[in-house]
Design a protein around this ligand. Structure first.
Ligand code: ADP
Ligand code: MG
Length: 261
C-alpha cells in the first residue's frame, strides 16, 4: 500500500561564507527551494555532482541543520520546528548512513558497545535481550557475532560500513537517508554493500533516500530519482522513465559520464 512517508516542501538552505577576515560574507545557496514526496517503499535516488547540495539536503531532512525556509513532514507531522526533545521520538524512524565510517564510529568503542548505543538510547529491547539483539543485528549485516569484541580499526572499511548499517537498522527505522554510503569503498566492496542494502530494503520493507553521484548505484536501488544541479532539483520521476528518456541536458550529461565508466 502506498503511504506518504516524507514530504519536503520548498526547502532552502544558505550558508554564509567568508574567504578571509577582510572579505565580505558571501552567501552560498546550497539548497534552493526543493520539494519532493517519498512514499513508503518507494526509494528516492538523489543524484548530482559534488557540491550540488545533496548532503545539505540530507542534513536538513535529518534536522541536523535548520532550513532558511520550507517545511519537512514526516507522515503528516510537520517536524520542521520541533524542539530537539520533541524530535527525539522521530529520530529512531529516520536514520542516516554516512559515507565515512571513521568519522562516525568512535574508535575507542568496541563493536558491541557501538551497537548497544542506539538500542539503549531508543529503548529498543529489554536489558536482558540486548546481547542477543546485537548478535541478530551482526548476522543481518553479514558479520559474525565473534567480531563484537573488536574495535573499528581492527575491521576493514567494508566491515565498518556494515556496522554503520547495523546501527542504522537497530532502531527499526521507516526511512534511511544514505549519503554516498559506498563512495569511500573499493569497487568490489561497493557491490557487496549495495547488495546488502538492497536485501535489507526488501527484508525490512525499508525506504531509502539514496544519495549518490553515480547513476549505476541509484538505478540498482531506487524506484524513483531526483536530479540535483546547483542546489535545485531539475528533473524527477520514476527511475526507468528518467534514465530511458532524460528531459534535461544535465541529466543526459550525467548519463554520458556514466557510460564512459
Ligand atoms: P554535495 O553533498 O552535493 O557534495 P554539499 O551539500 O556538501 O554538496 O554542499 C553544497 C554547497 O554548500 C557547496 O558549495 C559547499 O561548499 C557548501 N557548503 C556545504 N557545507 C557548508 C558549510 N558548513 N559552510 C559553508 N558552506 C558549505
Ligand atoms: Mg555530500
Amino acid at each position: 500500500m502506498k503511504e506518504k512517508l516524507l514530504e519536503i516542501k520548498n526547502l532552502s538552505k544558505n550558508y554564509s561564507h567568508k574567504k578571509n577576515i577582510y572579505s565580505k560574507n558571501r552567501v552560498i545557496e546550497a539548497v534552493k527551494d526543493i520539494s519532493f514526496t517519498v512514499q513508503s517503499q518507494q526509494s528516492l535516488g538523489l543524484i548530482g555532482e559534488s557540491g550540488c547540495g545533496k548532503s545539505t539536503a540530507a542534513y536538513l531532512i535529518l534536522r541536523l541543520i535548520k532550513p532558511n525556509s520550507g517545511k519537512i513532514f514526516f507522515g503528516n507531522t510537520d517536524i520542521t520546528e520541533l524542539s530537539e526533545r520533541e524530535m527525539q521520538k522521530y529520530r529512531k524512524d529516520i536514520q542516516i548512513i554516512f559515507q565515512h565510517s571513521s568519522v562516525v564510529l568512535d574508535p575507542k568503542m568496541t563493536i558491541e558497545e557501538l551497537l548497544k548505543e542506539p538500542l539503549i538510547i531508543h529503548n529498543m529491547v529489554e536489558k536482558n535481550l540486548i546481547d542477543s539483539e546485537i548478535d541478530r543485528l551482526l548476522n543481518m549485516v553479514g558479520l559474525s557475532p565473534s567480531e563484537k569484541r573488536k574495535f573499528p580499526d581492527q575491521l576493514s572499511g567494508g566491515q565498518n560500513q556494515r556496522i554503520i548499517i547495523a546501527r542504522a537498522i537497530a532502531t527499526r527505522p521507516k526511512i534511511i537517508v544514505c549519503d554516498e554510503p559506498v563512495s569511500a569503498l573499493d569497487v568490489s566492496v561497493q557491490c557487496q554493500i549495495l547488495n546488502l542494502l538492497k536485501k535489507l530494503k526488501e527484508d525490512l520493507k525499508l525506504t531509502y533516500i539514496f544519495i549518490s553521484h553515480d547513476i549505476k548505484v541509484v538505478r540498482f536501488i531506487c524506484e524513483n530519482i531526483a536530479v540535483m544541479y546547483n542546489g535545485e532539483i531539475i528533473e524527477t520521476g520514476k527511475t526507468s522513465d528518467v534514465l530511458n528518456n532524460p528531459k534535461n541536458e544535465y541529466t543526459k550529461m550525467l548519463m554520458n559520464i556514466d557510460l564512459q565508466h
